[in-house]
Design a protein around this ligand. Structure first.
Ligand code: FAD
Length: 505
């Protein structure tokens, strides 16, 4: 692990991976077992940063809006505040840590090899996933969900099963985060070169007459703005792999000349391949949350339990003191918790456009929350289940009995959260969903499978280039995506190495 200022002006590798995030790190660790790998990450190291490593600091990185923050703030055109990792480990270094696999139906639909999928999940789990210690508030929420009919009780399990369960976490029992940066200990140190603060500006292509454009190098800049070029070594199996996330991957392809022709030309970018699908199919699963003030102190917790309903709602919660502040009807909001839902899919889709030619600027993203009526209907169904769970006997110690549904919705609507509208009153659950929509940060799309990449994650229309990360997903996997993004990094690493070994005979 070196600062990019140490990189030579020109270097050569078998694989060049752009983005040391949730998919990029397991991919690099795996490929380096047999080949020379360059991993380029625009952010710094997550180690020794208490805002990242310590569970009780969750959210602190998100509040840091400086240009050196490990979390880059972006506000979608829908008006919702959102965040993207800008640090080794990517999203897994700043996220809430909950770990839950994709459903078996999702794995089948993706056309993945089920045996290798399970081996890859297990490889991740052995290294960085733990069983959470579930406290009284999370236990009451779990019992409340069961009493409200989100059954059966599936105990502690990583699998995606209808009912209520305790899932995994990447925080260990001492509250220490284990991001995908920790998976790099499985790399071959002789073969992996990792540069931090290495911002990739462009992928380089060789264009020879009628043959497909061939990716053969990348241009990156270090923290002092110095330019470096890394090329692929000679070899038919050598590749550049983009793992820069749902905003970074489509953005970088466009900056390199792949994408909607008119858009590229309007930014003065030479078109290598006109590909209208790049930047399309962007989606963010809407979050609807209800804050429940508690008459008794509650433990600090982030997501440990999830209720999975047949109507496509994933219900989770977080609790603590001072997660919100203020008063309502003479009660303090100091102690309590949010119970929130993410809806499956979603069906509503948006798009991404370049804002400038600078890869450090966020692109412009539109998610179109609730454009499809089914998403709104699901949101209302999920809220109805949450309200039922709040009113159960099991959850009764953690709510004020004189606060009715309207009080809870009004309290939540008035909180300065990340949603577009702040109001003190709520007229309907539909309106509440729309006014208070926020993000679970599970946005995906931009380089969709079967549109931008094929089922082996190769970019269609060019050679020696793949995209492997959350930008390839049509829908968000499981209740929470990180397990499957990590699995995909390992899974594709193994597949690519097998192809190489087969070719070398
Ligand atoms: C606050 C938050 C909470 C979340 N909570 C959970 C949770 O509890 N459970 C869960 O399962 N999921 C959670 N998620 C979602 C999950 O973390 C993401 O879906 C996942 O990390 C996405 O992985 P990725 O590999 O696609 O992208 P990333 O992990 O974002 O990786 C992309 C990497 O590429 C780098 N990069 C981008 N552009 C360039 C460039 N031009 N040059 C060099 N490097 C570049 C970035 O710095 C980043 O490190 C959360 C996300 C956030 C932000």
């Amino acid at each position: 692990m070196h600062e990019a200022t140490m990189a030579p002006r020109v270097s050569y590798f078998d694989y060049i991976i752009i983005g040391g995030g949730t998919a990029g790190c397991p991919l690099a660790a795996t490929l380096s077992r047999n080949s020379s790998v360059l991993l380029l990450e625009r952010g710094g190291s997550p180690f020794n940063n208490a805002n990242i490593t310590n569970i009780t600091a969750f959210g602190a990185a998100l509040m840091d809006t400086s240009s050196t923050s490990p979390s880059q703030l972006f506000i979608s055109k829908d008006g919702v505040r959102n965040a993207r990792g800008r640090v080794l480990g990517g999203g897994s270094s700043i996220n809430a840590g909950f770990y839950s696999r994709a459903s078996t139906a999702y794995v089948k639909e993706s056309g993945w090899d089920e045996k290798l999928v399970n081996e890859s999940y297990r490889w991740v789990e052995k290294a960085i996933v733990f069983k959470p210690v579930v406290g009284p508030w999370q236990s009451a929420m779990k019992a409340g969900l069961l009493e409200a009919g989100v059954c059966p009780d599936n105990g502690f399990v990583y699998d995606h099963l209808y009912g209520t369960k305790v899932g995994g976490t990447i925080f260990d029992k001492n509250g220490r985060r284990h991001s995908t940066a920790n998976l790099l200990r499985y790399a071959s140190y002789q073969r992996l070169m990792l540069y931090l603060h290495a911002s990739v500006h462009k992928i380089l292509f060789q264009i020879n007459g009628k043959a497909k454009p061939m990716a053969h190098g990348v241009v990156f800049r270090d923290s002092l703005g110095m330019k470096h070029i890394a090329y692929l070594k000679e070899g038919s199996k050598n590749e550049i792999i983009v793992s820069a996330g749902s905003l970074g991957s489509p953005q970088l392809l466009m900056l390199s000349g792949l994408g909607p022709k008119d858009q590229l030309q309007s930014h003065g970018i030479d078109v290598v391949l006109a590909q209208p699908c790049i930047g399309k199919g962007m989606a963010d699963n809407p979050k609807a949350a209800i804050f429940v003030p508690s008459p008794v102190p509650v433990e600090f917790s982030i997501v440990e339990v999830v209720g999975i309903t047949h109507s496509g709602n994933f219900i989770e919660g977080r609790s603590g003191s001072n997660i919100v502040s203020g008063q309502y009807k003479n009660i303090s909001l100091k102690s309590g918790g949010f119970i929130f839902e993410k809806i499956i899919g979603p069906l509503s889709k948006g798009h991404l456009e370049l804002k400038s030619r600078n890869p450090n600027d966020n692109p412009l993203v539109t998610f179109n929350y609730f454009k499809e009526p089914v998403d709104l209907q699901r949101c209302v169904e999920g809220l109805t289940t949450i309200l039922k769970a709040i009113k159960t006997k099991s959850f009764s110690n953690f709510r004020f009995h004189f606060l009715d549904t309207k009080d809870l919705l009004d309290i939540t609507a008035s909180l300065p959260q990340n949603h577009p509208v702040n109001s003190n009153t709520t007229s309907s659950l539909e309106q509440f969903c729309k006014d208070t929509v926020s993000t679970m940060w599970h946005y995906h799309g931009g380089c969709l499978v079967d549109e931008v990449v094929d089922r082996d994650y190769r970019v269609v229309g060019v050679d020696h280039l793949r995209v492997i990360d959350g930008s390839t997903f049509h829908t968000s996997p499981g209740t929470n995506p990180q397990a499957t993004v990590m699995m995909l990094g390992r899974y594709m690493g193994v597949k690519i190495l097998r192809e190489r070994l087969l070719c070398e005979g």
